[in-house]
Structures are given as structure tokens and as C-alpha cells.
Design a protein around this ligand. Structure first.
Ligand code: SAM
Length: 408
């Protein structure tokens, strides 16, 4: 594996050790993701660029969090800014549809000039010079295999791009144009297609961004690409873009919002104060790499999450019952079962079920319905945390991140 993937795994193991995650809790799906998905997710796969990777419904929970938040004054035409919104900006569009009373801005350092969709739901991005930038497979078991033949996939997309680009009426200027041919679709200046009456896009680095004072800034799956010191500078910049009383939500998650962790900051005059660190209960399970997903040593959110997982695993009134119930449900949903030595195996022929993700989501829903999130909150309170279940049902604590003062 490339050295960046090896470093990723080393950081993962350090966090697991901090969380007291034992080797017997590795699952085949976790190992599979390390081999098949992580190599395609890391910047090293994209010449060091932060990939515009984004996934539909990823932030539905955060949108619900925003909808449920009661601002002290009734807001007229409140402003929501999605920083590092990715491309195509699916989650920003979803937010604009959900938060229809809000003015929504999607901000990213780069929106590709060309977008090419294939018949299978995969797509590729190209710059104005026609150079390949990025592809994203459909997130199915077959789709993600494309990462293993990345060079071949890139040249296939490039060949089709070159053919379709010849059919555009103009390659210069800012016109928006779409060419449909043989199941492929090439769009020139595609960002225009995502605009809506309450949604606009700003191509800017977050360091330089100028938007109206925001009541909510969401910055998901972006800061973790930077070293902790740079993250702190970015937080100051984002804080300065908030309206007084506005909130900044920063975190990471996977598709469908799985394994989400996020910190919520509030602007109080010249200060930005962290008011909540929250995680979805599935962070306590062993199915995927997201709880251990970092791109730099000592990522503050990942460290805080590992610390919370450690506290929950150490709590003798919570963890033995929780893990027993989880093992039982994993077996019940046909996901994994433990062998005589306590290691997890997939039940049939060592293959994961085709509807594995759906089964996992159902299982976590059942865990929540059985009240295990509340038990986790109680266990954290016993461990000395100020903990609560937040309005969207996630486990929340008073964060250990520092407040900071904004420059004059
Ligand atoms: C992994 S994507 C996350 C997309 C989306 N927020 C999500 O959660 O699905 C990270 C995005 O951050 C953008 N980005 C990285 N550094 C940035 C910067 N300094 N300013 C603005 N955008 C940046 C990248 O271009 C990329 O589109």
C-alpha cells in the first residue's frame, strides 16, 4: 500500500489503542474498507488535492439539528454557509431544499469546469484546460472497485471527455451547456445547474471567503485535511464570518451521515465558544473506519472521540451489557458473529451481504429505540462528563476545545 495509507493505518491503530478497542473487535467490513476504500479517499490518490468527495444525505442530521435550534430572536432571512461544500454540491442542495426559509451559500476553493457522468452513476471532473481532476464511483460494492484501477478509469473518462468536448458549441466563455451521447452526459460550467432561488455558490478559499454574517456555518469533512494548527487558524476565520449568536458546526462523517462526530461553536460577541461535541451512537460499533479517520497526527476531534469511547468501554455498568446486545443484534441481522476465540466473521462464506449497509442502519436504529443512547449518556455522566442526548438524538458532551477571541 502507498505510504500515506500505511500512515493512515498507523494513526488508526494509535487511536484504537487510546480508545481501548481490542483486536477481537475488528470486523471484516473494517478490514475491507482499509483495503478498498481508504486508498481512493486519501489526497495521495488525487495528487495531494483535497478531493471534492461528497455523498448524498450525508448531512441530513445536521440540517435537522439546524431546523430544531431555536434562535433567541426570530430571524428574518437567516444565512447558512456550507464551507468546503464539495462538488457536485449535493449536500448543499439538500440543505437549501430542507431549510427553504434560509439563504444558503455553498463555498468551495474550486468548482470543476466540466462534469462527466457515465451510465452507471459514476462521474469525473475536468478543469477548463480539459485536464482530469477527480472521479467518484457509485458507492456500491462494484463501484468502489474502480479505485483499484484508477489509472484505467481516468483514461476511460478522458477518452469520452475528449470525444464529447468536440461537440460543445463553445469551449470558451461562461455559457452552461450539456451534451448527452450514448448514455454519457458532459456538462460545461455545471455549478450553474445547482443554483436555486435561495442557493448560490462562491468559489473561494475559506481563508478569503466573504459572505453575509452567517447564522449557521457548516464545515464538514474539510478541516481534518489540515494540521491541527492550521485547523485552529481556519476556525478563527470561520468564527469571524458568524453573526453574533450564530453557530459553527465542524465535523466528519460517512455516507448517510454514518459515524458522525461534530463540534458546535457559538459566537458570543468577540468570542467563539465551543458549546457541544456530539457523536452518533454507531461510533461505538466496529463496522467502519470513520471513528478512526484522520489525515494528521493528533487530530483534536478524533482524539476526543477516542477518549469518549475509552470512557464508555471502561464503564462496567454500561459496556458489558452494550457489547453483549450489539453482538446479539449483529448476529440477528446476519452481519457478523464471533468465533470460539472471540473474533468476528461474516456468517455466510465470509462474504458481506449485498444489503449490508441497510442492515447496519436498521440495527443502529434498533439500538437507539432500545434506549442504549440514553445509557451511554448516563455512563458518560458517571465518568464526570457534562453529557446529554441532543435534539437529534446524538450523544453530546461539553467539549474540551478551547474558546477563542476573534481579532479586532
Ligand atoms: C471532502 S470534501 C467535503 C465535502 C462536503 N462538505 C461533505 O461533507 O460531503 C472537502 C472539500 O473542501 C474543499 N476545500 C479544501 N480546502 C479548502 C479551502 N482552504 N477553502 C475552501 N474549500 C476547501 C475541497 O475543495 C473539497 O471540495
Amino acid at each position: 500500500m502507498p505510504s500515506d495509507v500505511q500512515d493512515f493505518i498507523t494513526r488508526m491503530l494509535i487511536l484504537m489503542q487510546k480508545a481501548h478497542f481490542p483486536v477481537t473487535d475488528f470486523t471484516p467490513s473494517l478490514i475491507w474498507q482499509l483495503g478498498n476504500i481508504i486508498p481512493g479517499f486519501l489526497p495521495c490518490a488525487w495528487r495531494g488535492m483535497v478531493p471534492p468527495l461528497t455523498l448524498s444525505k450525508r448531512h441530513a442530521k445536521i440540517d435537522a439539528y439546524v431546523s430544531k435550534h431555536i434562535f433567541p430572536d426570530r430571524l428574518t432571512s437567516p444565512v447558512f454557509v456550507d464551507i468546503g461544500c464539495g462538488f457536485p454540491p449535493i449536500t448543499t442542495m439538500e440543505s437549501a431544499a430542507t431549510l427553504s426559509e434560509w439563504r444558503v451559500f455553498g463555498v468551495d476553493q474550486s468548482f470543476s469546469d466540466y462534469l462527466l457522468h457515465d451510465r452507471e452513476g459514476n462521474y469525473a471532473c475536468f478543469n477548463e484546460q480539459g485536464e482530469f481532476e477527480y472521479f467518484q464511483p457509485r458507492f456500491s460494492r462494484v463501484g468502489v472497485r474502480m479505485y483499484q484501477n484508477s489509472a484505467e478509469v481516468q483514461s476511460r473518462f478522458k477518452k469520452i471527455f475528449d470525444e464529447l468536448q468536440l461537440l460543445l458549441s463553445s469551449k470558451t466563455g461562461q455559457a452552461n451547456e450539456t451534451i448527452d451521447k450514448d448514455g454519457y452526459k458532459l456538462i460545461h460550467h455545471p455549478i450553474r445547474n445547482y443554483e436555486a432561488p435561495n442557493l448560490s455558490f462562491v468559489e473561494s478559499k475559506l481563508e478569503d471567503v466573504q459572505t453575509p454574517p452567517a447564522h449557521i456555518i457548516r464545515c464538514m469533512n474539510t478541516l481534518l485535511y489540515f494540521k491541527p494548527e492550521t485547523q485552529q487558524h481556519m476556525l478563527v476565520k470561520l468564527g469571524s464570518q458568524l453573526a453574533d449568536g450564530g453557530m459553527l458546526i465542524v465535523g466528519s462523517n460517512l455516507m448517510n451521515g454514518a459515524s458522525c462526530r461534530y463540534t458546535v461553536y457559538k459566537r458570543e460577541g468577540a468570542f467563539v465558544v465551543p458549546i457541544e461535541f456530539a457523536l452518533t451512537v454507531d461510533n461505538l460499533g466496529p463496522f467502519n473506519v470513520m471513528p478512526w479517520y484522520t489525515l494528521h497526527d493528533n487530530d483534536p476531534e478524533a482524539m476526543q472521540l477516542a477518549d469518549m469511547i475509552h470512557q464508555l468501554r471502561a464503564n462496567q455498568s454500561f459496556w458489558p451489557g452494550f457489547t453483549k446486545r450489539l453482538d446479539h443484534l449483529m448476529e440477528h441481522y446476519g452481519l457478523f458473529q464471533r468465533d470460539g476465540e472471540g473474533f468476528f466473521h461474516a456468517p455466510e462464506d465470509e462474504h458481506l451481504a449485498a444489503d449490508f449497509s441497510e442492515r447496519v442502519s436498521h440495527m443502529w436504529r434498533q439500538i437507539e429505540e432500545e434506549g442504549l443512547t440514553n445509557e451511554a449518556v448516563d455512563a458518560l455522566q458517571c465518568a464526570g462528563y457534562t453529557a446529554w442526548k441532543n435534539p437529534v438524538g446524538d450523544i453530546a458532551i461539553q467539549p474540551n476545545a478551547p474558546s477563542f477571541k476573534l481579532p479586532e
